[in-house]
Unconditional design. Structure first.
Length: 305
């Protein structure tokens, strides 16, 4: 029933969504990749002084407050039929995703964590094929295989290796939550501006984290300045701006095609780790980065319309 509703509510796919070049969409994707890649390193810095739930609360309740200001001024109201879809997507994309990812990164390093999260495009493509009726094609699946192999090489080449411990499974759960939320919000972007959808998702998704606000305030007061600055960065750049640019990309591209760009996150995260933390990537990791980017090019340039 839900799959039928998703297909009926989905906005018509434009020529640009099918395979043409869309400068706005590609610019939005680049911003999303940059900020989301940096978040893996910042999360690792903030964990310890903050628990996974406290970090999720500090990041997303603050972002939800910013979204509330926007909604109070402009009052973009979704249709009544959209509230259930919007609420499920918001809770999965915000509260569930954040707590699962933060819990996983307690023991899983930023590089392997970014690899696990980047199973999301595979989940998204599979779900969108059945829920939204999107056609992915041979080039799409071929590019997915190349990119997936590339991010796997990045994970194998990391110093900490790749361990499927319980926390790694938590991160895999975060990727699945993100994929489901991306498909759920796709039809909404055909009826509402991307900024409005992002604001509603940030606000509704932060509600389950409200009970942790008192403990989070106490933890932030006792935390080093570096942690507080890290939280501020996560709120403004990977969250408010990153989620907005991701919504813009989803509005202008098919869900599966937009998600495949996220294979660029691990090589960018590797570069940020080198510049910020002095982590030197191995030759195998560099090969994996090239493969990840090549896979994105296959999906978005060479596949048939």
């Amino acid at each position: 029933m839900e799959a039928k509703m998703s297909m009926a509510a989905s906005a018509p796919v434009t020529a640009k969504q099918q395979g043409g070049f869309d400068l706005v969409a590609f610019a939005a994707i680049l911003v999303t990749i940059l900020f989301w890649a940096s978040s893996f390193v910042v999360i690792r810095i903030c964990l310890g002084p903050l628990t996974p739930i406290e970090l999720a609360t500090a990041r997303y309740v603050a972002a939800g407050a910013i979204a509330l200001v926007y909604l109070a001024i402009y009052r973009p109201m979704p249709e009544r039929r959209d509230f259930l879809r919007l609420s499920i997507a918001a809770v999965l994309f915000i509260a569930a995703y954040a707590v699962l990812l933060n819990t996983g990164e307690q023991t899983v390093a930023a590089g392997p964590a970014s690899f696990i999260i980047n199973t999301m495009p595979v989940f998204t493509a599979l779900i969108a094929t059945f829920a939204l009726g999107e056609r992915f094609g041979r080039w799409g699946w071929g590019g997915t295989a190349v990119s997936f192999g590339g991010v796997a090489l990045i994970a194998v080449a990391s110093d900490d290796g790749f361990n499927l411990d319980p926390n790694a499974v938590m991160i895999l759960g975060a990727a699945l939550c993100s994929a489901i939320a991306s498909v759920l919000q796709k039809p909404l972007l055909g009826r509402l501006p991307a900024l409005a959808v992002t604001a509603w998702i940030l606000l509704i998704g932060s509600v389950p984290l409200f009970p942790a606000v008192p403990a989070t305030i106490q933890a932030l007061a006792a935390a080093p300045a570096e942690v507080n600055w890290g939280v501020a960065y996560l709120v403004i750049f990977p969250t408010v701006i990153g989620y907005l640019t991701w919504a813009i990309a989803l509005k202008r591209l098919t869900a599966a095609r937009a998600s495949n760009f996220l294979y660029g996150v691990p090589p960018v995260a590797t570069l940020i780790g080198f510049v910020w933390l002095g982590e030197t990537p191995t030759v195998l990791g560099a090969v994996g980065g090239v493969m990840a980017i090549l896979g994105v090019l296959i999906v978005n340039v060479m596949r048939k319309r």
